[in-house]
Design a protein around this ligand. Structure first.
Ligand code: OOB
Length: 534
């Protein structure tokens, strides 16, 4: 196992292998069978063009060989920040084939996040686009490389500027030693833990099983056409079954640069999309605009999760004859979903049943005692796709998992008598802004760097469109100078923080009240600012 990662205990690993859950499949094999069986069929479509299975397979091999020639080897970490383009797929498969370990960053991440990821994983290379969404990633990459020791290679998809062009990182395919399927294939970013963002190691064995199971569950085979409209770097679009699961099944992947109707609706019609993954706020926008754009969504299975989906919206979708699967998911591994033949009320009001039949789960109170049936408690999960430890975080791991290996999700749930999951809230200090997760502690420490701020507490405030927005509550320093929302946002942007983490609202209070445990009493803050103490 890669240093800093926690393996499953041998007894569990043996059980998962004996049950045919972990099969030794390598993620780098994705695309190979398609290239053999139907080389001329389209594998990937993006705004720049189309790639067949044969082209994708060859490009991934050449990229892996090019990295090898540069001196990269198995287990080397590579931060990958690419938008939804064919380059994302080529880079991911090439790295898997080399056995190097991609660290998937979001396109919206900036200096603060990328530098942290590069340093924390001791990355040897960084892959970025030239420009995306009007932003030039090349100077950003230069800054990150300059402050992360050992990051020797910046690779740019597109015009490279002073860096290496992705199109030049290629060589004649060569035989590379196969990685161990039980080892880490890539890292995902956690959607919310205490302190700095945590990294989730996903192994070949565990992710290959997630891809297989989720493709089976949603009926994705070689006729499937998957639209990635959320970033492919996020578990929801990467592997549920997403980009990788669709290619594994021999289907076609359509990559949209953004989830906005202008980008996705023409692709849905032109490519005959059969499945896409969405977070609830976008779903509402798509529903509102589909008729105006003349797009027919009836052929598309809508896979929705990541944040609470209002039952009224779900009922409207089903009422229009559209197909919906309602998901609870985490980058850490747990996945639950409603089946297509579940009743409309089950689909509208629950997140369904486990995707992974071998998962073990509990709903517990604050003393880790099982709550009575139907009661609300924290959701604990352990299983063949759920990590046993965050990367290089032994102290945090001691609290984030039970002694017997269950992940404490930080989500409050209850189970219906039929065994369906209902998310009821959370105890982790995270803001879920329309599906984007913002760790309060990370943002608070950034805000506290402002000279006018003595102390900061970040809380969620309700928002009709996004579900939650970010409110920064601060106690000022007497001598710190002026502070308003626009200035605070500019300050945080100047510190290299991604735009989705910027506060939507700023409140100044004279002092914080504290709980008995000495923490800022966020419930009291929420109550005083929103009338809601939940
Ligand atoms: C997905 O993954 P992450 O890692 O960005 O976020 C996980 C967290 C969960 O712990 C929970 O707090 C929240 O997102 N969440 C939901 C939810 N699904 C996820 N909260 C309420 N209702 C839901 N249906 O968000 C993710 C990963 C794979 C598939 C789908 C979503």
């Amino acid at each position: 196992m890669l240093k800093g990662c926690v393996a499953w205990p041998d007894t569990d690993a043996e059980r998962y292998r004996a049950a045919g859950i972990w099969t030794g499949e390598l993620l780098g094999e994705i695309g190979r069978e398609g290239a053999r069986r139907h080389p001329g069929r389209t594998a990937v479509v993006d705004t720049g063009g189309r790639m067949t299975y044969a082209e994708l397979d060859a490009a991934a091999d050449r990229f892996a060989a090019g990295l090898h020639r540069l001196g990269l080897r198995a287990e080397d970490r590579v931060v990958v920040q690419l938008p939804n383009t064919a380059a994302f797929v080529v880079v991911a498969l090439g790295l898997f084939r080399l056995g190097a370990v991609p660290v998937f960053a979001q396109p919206s991440h900036r200096e603060a996040e990328l530098t942290y990821l590069a340093r924390h994983t001791e990355a040897r290379a960084l892959v970025v686009p030239d420009r995306f969404g009007g932003y030039d990633h090349r100077p950003l990459a230069a800054t990150v490389a300059a402050s992360a020791a050992g990051l020797d290679h910046v690779i740019v998809a597109g015009e490279p500027g002073p860096h290496l062009a992705l199109s030049d990182v290629r060589d004649e395919p060569r035989d590379l030693p196969a990685p161990d399927p039980g080892d880490v294939a890539f890292f995902l970013l956690s959607g919310g833990t205490t302190g700095l963002p945590k990294l989730i190691p996903r192994t070949h064995d565990d992710y290959a099983y997630q891809l297989r199971r989720s493709a089976e569950a949603l009926g994705v085979d070689e006729h499937g056409v998957y639209l990635a409209s959320l970033p492919a770097a996020h578990n929801a679009a990467l592997g549920c079954p997403g980009v990788l699961g669709t290619l594994r099944a021999g289907g076609r992947v359509v990559l949209s640069p953004t989830p906005s109707p202008d980008d996705v609706f023409p692709l849905i019609t032109a490519e005959g999309v059969t499945l896409t993954t969405l977070m609830p706020p976008l779903l509402a926008v798509w529903l509102d605009l589909a008729a105006d754009y003349g797009v027919d969504l009836s052929g598309v299975l809508l896979e929705v999760g990541g944040a609470p989906l209002r039952p009224e919206v779900a009922r409207e979708i089903l009422g229009r004859g559209l197909r919906l699967s309602h998901w609870f998911g985490m980058a850490e591994g747990p996945l639950w979903y409603t089946r297509l033949d579940d009743s409309p009320e089950t689909i509208a009001t629950t997140q369904g049943r486990p995707l992974i039949p071998a998962d073990e789960y509990r709903v517990v109170d604050e003393h880790d005692r099982d709550v009575p049936p139907g009661g609300v408690g924290e959701f604990l999960v352990r299983g063949p796709t759920t990590l046993r430890g965050y990367y290089d975080a032994p102290e945090y791991n001691a609290t984030a998992f039970t002694a017997d290996g269950y992940l404490r999700t930080g989500d409050l749930v209850r189970l219906t008598p039929e065994g369906n999951l209902m998310v009821a809230g959370r105890i982790k200090d995270v803001i879920n802004r329309g599906g984007e997760k913002i760790g309060a502690a990370e943002l608070e420490s950034q805000i506290e760097a402002h000279p006018a701020v003595r102390a900061a507490a970040v809380i969620a405030v309700p928002d009709p469109a996004l579900g939650e927005k970010i409110c920064a509550v601060v106690v000022r320093r007497d001598d710190g100078g002026g502070l308003d929302l626009a200035e605070l946002r500019a300050f945080l942007t100047g510190r290299g923080l991604a735009a989705y983490k910027l506060p939507d609202r700023l409140e100044v209070v004279p002092a914080f009240s504290h709980t008995g445990a000495g923490k800022v009493d966020k419930r009291a803050l929420r109550r005083s600012l929103t009338g809601d103490g939940a």
